[in-house]
Design a protein around this ligand. Structure first.
Ligand SMILES: Nc1ncnc2c1ncn2[C@@H]1O[C@H](COP(=O)(O)OP(=O)(O)OP(=O)(O)O)[C@@H](O)[C@H]1O
Length: 598
């Protein structure tokens, strides 16, 4: 905002001179009155005083507008940069680093406003410095000794205010962590997702007490610094009034002896009071600038953070998959502090084949597919796409060749059509493609029954009170219905080279699961795909089933072969299969139910 900033700068600094100019003009009016000067000699300073008064009345409003304009423009730019950066990290590791997330949060809260705040504070500093210099210069004309005295009296004010500001900044920093914990507890109490557990486990009171405890501790810290401020500033106020009183006595004596005029006395009093308050403002603005810069340091930390993956300076093009994907001795851990998750995985996914991954919780299945998307690079070993190491390709180009349903898929607070179209933004306005993807995912019947069909918002978040009872203003889907939409989103990207399905039917009912797996099987036919599921029945048609255990491949083969081997796969399959076999109670319970059913 160059024009607004410059104007704001010039006008702000001019405001610093106004008080000094007003004091001089008042002196001049009084002196001329005292010396019995003519009307014209009186009129000039009086007119000047009127102009200064008018400008002083207007300036704050103009400055406030300009400051807000600078704030709006810089905040927009800063937020654009921050969110471009946040969305641009190619990997996931930054979003799993709590320290980084904390800084991102702080940068989001204050970062955008900070440039304007720093500018405000810096201009405030400069304005106060101009006022101090102007008044000290004025005093120098009247009395050099008094000038030194007033300047010296300003030093304790400056030091005390700086010490206070530091203490305040320190408290703000400590209280920041408490405030975030308070928001966390408060957020849980107001969160729709947490509402069920909060009620069932009756933890509302517990969370509220923790929230209030954080607030009380923060309040105690703030109260302590407020009390110190009252004590210090009262002392400083007393010192200032003593100084002013003493100087006034001296000035009155000087006037009595004819050494000073009445105008000198008003200038003197204005200079002492003005210098004192300008010193306080100086310290205050310095503290404000330093506090803002502290927040800005979080913003810069995020903006300057290097990419979380080592990107090839000259990435190799990634042609469509022809031969297959190979994991060659892949070792992976999330960081040096974490244990190994994958331990020497060797695996080939031939082009056009379907691979199923099985294993107990925590065996590394999801981690493996995250590596296939290059959200992380293997710690050792390599993943090759038709022989090209994924490290050498642009992650965006790789992801453009993949479609996926993740275990923790997202349902966006958007319309049903948009929820599907996010899979391929090119289809945002192509209803035919959206409907076709929804049909394949078994979501069409549900969506077309919604109050506004595909244009129904799948949220109740953004509505005004008057829309509360209007179902057209938005609906909430069940978990399984949301999962079908996530599948439709993945199907919309249908022609991609690799399809990843991580627990795509975990929330579906038995009938829907059967339908979806049939649909998925149709969709996967002839395509390269990786399917993770704990429902063993859905994996049996895969070309290759791989069993992961503790980050190692322990078995591989097709369903019949693995059953014949009688290893881990056969064991897991048998455990699940027994759940579906009738036991003694089963048939009679079923019969009873049939009898009472209408
Ligand atoms: N972001 C992460 N940071 C650190 N450790 C992680 C992270 N994600 C997963 N892990 C750890 O890696 C291991 C493997 O997790 P992963 O999610 O790959 O298992 P999984 O086989 O998909 O399990 P599930 O069947 O429960 O989905 C687990 O011990 C888990 O704690």
């Amino acid at each position: 905002a160059p024009v607004a900033s410059m104007l704001y700068g010039v006008l702000s600094l001019a405001a610093g001179l106004l008080t000094v100019a007003a004091a001089w003009l008042t002196k001049s009016v009084l002196d001329n009155l005292g010396s019995g000067a003519g009307m014209s000699a009186l009129l000039a300073p009086a007119l000047g005083l009127t102009v200064v008064g008018a400008v002083a009345a207007l300036l704050p409003h103009v400055c406030r507008y300009l400051s807000a304009e600078v704030d709006r423009r810089t905040a927009l730019r800063a937020d654009a940069q921050l969110f471009t950066k946040a969305a641009g990290f190619p990997g996931l590791s930054r979003f799993e680093d709590p320290a980084f997330l904390d800084r991102l949060q702080l940068a989001r809260q204050g970062g955008g406003r900070v440039p304007a705040q720093v500018m405000d504070a810096t201009l405030g500093l400069a304005r106060s410095a101009i006022t101090v210099t102007g008044f000290l210069g004025s005093l120098l004309v009247l009395n050099p000794v008094l000038t030194i005295l007033v300047a010296a009296a300003g030093v304790p004010t400056l030091c005390a205010e700086i010490a206070l500001s530091r203490r305040r900044a320190g408290v703000a920093w400590r209280v920041g962590a408490m405030e975030r914990r308070e928001w966390f507890y408060g957020g849980l109490l107001a969160d729709a997702e947490a509402a069920k557990e909060v009620r069932l486990f009756a933890i509302g009171g517990f969370l509220r007490d923790r929230m209030l405890a954080e607030r009380r501790t923060a309040n105690a810290a703030r109260r302590a610094v407020d009390r110190r401020e009252v004590a210090v500033q009262s002392g400083l106020g007393l010192l200032a009034s003593l100084m002013t009183g003493g100087s006034l006595l001296w000035a009155v004596r000087g006037t009595y002896r004819g050494e000073l005029t009445a105008g000198d006395v008003t200038l003197l009093v204005a200079a002492i009071a003005g210098t004192q308050s300008a010193f306080a403002a100086l310290a205050h603005e310095a503290a404000r600038a330093s506090e803002s810069l502290l927040i800005f340091s979080h913003y810069r930390y995020v903006i300057e953070a290097p990419p979380d993956l080592v990107l090839a300076p000259d990435p190799r093009p990634l042609p469509a998959l022809r031969r297959g994907i190979e994991l060659r001795d892949v070792w992976f851990r999330y960081s040096e502090r974490h244990p190994w998750v994958l331990r020497g995985v060797n695996l080939t996914i031939p082009h056009g084949s379907s691979l199923a991954l099985v294993g107990l919780n925590g065996s590394g299945k999801t981690t493996l597919v995250k590596l296939l998307c290059r959200f992380y690079d293997p710690t050792q070993g390599a993943i090759l796409w038709d022989g090209v190491d994924l490290r050498e390709v642009d992650p965006a180009e790789l992801r453009d060749r993949i479609t996926a349903v993740f275990q923790d898929f997202v349902q966006y607070d958007l319309t049903a059509a948009e929820n599907i179209a996010l899979g391929d933004l090119g289809a945002l306005d192509d209803e035919e493609q959206i409907v076709s993807a929804a049909r394949r995912a078994g979501a069409h019947d549900t969506v077309k029954e919604l109050p506004k069909g595909y244009q129904t918002p799948l949220t109740r978040t953004f509505f005004m009170e008057e829309d509360r009872d209007d179902p057209e203003s938005g609906v909430l889907l069940s978990g399984g219905q949301s999962q079908r939409l996530a599948l439709a989103r993945a199907f919309l990207r249908g022609t991609r080279d690799l399809m990843i399905l991580d627990e795509p039917s975990a929330r579906l009912d038995a009938e829907a699961e059967y339908e979806i797996h049939t649909s998925i099987a149709r969709h996967r036919r002839g395509r390269t795909s990786v399917l993770i599921s704990h429902r063993m029945g859905s994996l049996r048609n895969a070309d290759v089933i791989v069993v992961l255990s503790d980050g190692r491949v322990v078995e591989r083969g097709d369903h019949a072969r693995l059953l014949a081997v009688g290893g881990e796969y056969a064991r897991l399959f048998a455990i699940q299969a027994t759940g579906y076999l009738p036991d003694d109670a089963g048939p009679s319970e079923g019969a009873a139910l049939t009898e009472v059913s209408p």
